[in-house]
Design a protein around this ligand. Structure first.
Ligand code: ADP
Ligand code: ADP
Length: 228
């Protein structure tokens, strides 16, 4: 589903964020991407989301060579990837409904279908009924769940998250992680960058550890999440 083949990422300032990195994540897998700040986690996720392009090497996602997706096809490409950020980047002057509907509106989907899908996404994160609230009327944990609903509303086969529990206390972190796990259980491939040790302890899933832009440790066997 996701393959990195000798990938290098060098930013215009000369900083090499990823160095000869190879990685394979099977369809339906769930894994943590770990490592200290600056190890290259965000850069790796940005290559998958096509926010950045590799400097060398190949990134293959869902059979597509990401490096050669033309600019005009980037929006269609990105629809396959749900992205969750630490700071969920919600629009504060819009309702929860509008925040989640945005990717569907951009994709040109009809109003009735949008209503259905937004409610389904809210249901999956336990926030059905909050459509007309505004982000600041929700707790931090609820806001993060809205961010997840927005990421999955287009039903992407791949979900990536960059420190999704960074601002949450342990209980809320587990709740958010359980949401990711439920998506994984229905077949979504999930990759979560995190250095939240508590969370890593609670969920015995594959870990891919980065250091200085290289993988220093990765369980070889693709592993499904164990039952709690
Ligand atoms: P985190 O450890 O949470 O990923 P970082 O400090 O590594 O946070 O990066 C935060 C954001 O700033 C990322 O989007 C990253 O790409 C960007 N960034 C980090 N370092 C630089 C830099 N030297 N120049 C420009 N952008 C940077
Ligand atoms: P992490 O997510 O593990 O904290 P990042 O991928 O954000 O790591 O950063 C890896 C390295 O690349 C760091 O040295 C960071 O400063 C650098 N970096 C990240 N984004 C940029 C950018 N846009 N421009 C320049 N350097 C960057």
């Amino acid at each position: 589903m996701i393959r990195f083949d000798h990938v290098f990422k060098r930013y215009p300032n000369g900083r090499e964020a990823l160095s000869d990195l190879s990685l394979e994540l099977a369809s339906g897998e769930i894994a943590f991407l770990t490592g200290h700040s600056g190890a290259g986690k965000s850069s790796l996720l940005k290559l998958i989301a096509l926010i950045e392009r590799p400097s060398r090497g190949q990134v293959i996602v869902n059979g597509q060579n990401v490096g050669s997706v033309p600019r005009s096809k980037i929006p269609a490409y990105r629809r396959q990837i749900g992205v969750v950020f630490q700071d969920h980047k919600l629009l504060h002057d819009r309702t929860i409904f509008d925040n989640i509907a945005l990717p569907l509106i951009i994709a040109g989907i009809g109003t009735k279908e949008i209503g259905k899908r937004v409610r389904a996404a809210l249901d999956q994160v336990g926030l059905l009924g909050r459509e007309q609230s505004r982000p600041l009327e929700l707790s931090t944990g609820e806001q993060q769940r809205v961010g997840i609903a927005r990421a999955v509303v287009s039903k992407p086969p791949i979900l990536i998250a960059d420190e999704p529990t960074g601002n949450l206390d342990p209980d809320l972190s587990l709740e958010v992680m359980n949401i990711f796990r439920r998506f994984n259980e229905v077949g979504v491939t999930v990759l979560i960058a995190s250095h939240d040790l508590y969370l890593l302890e609670q969920f015995p899933v594959r870990r891919i550890r980065l250091e200085g832009g290289k993988i220093v440790d990765s369980d070889e066997a693709p592993q499904k999440l164990l039952d709690p």
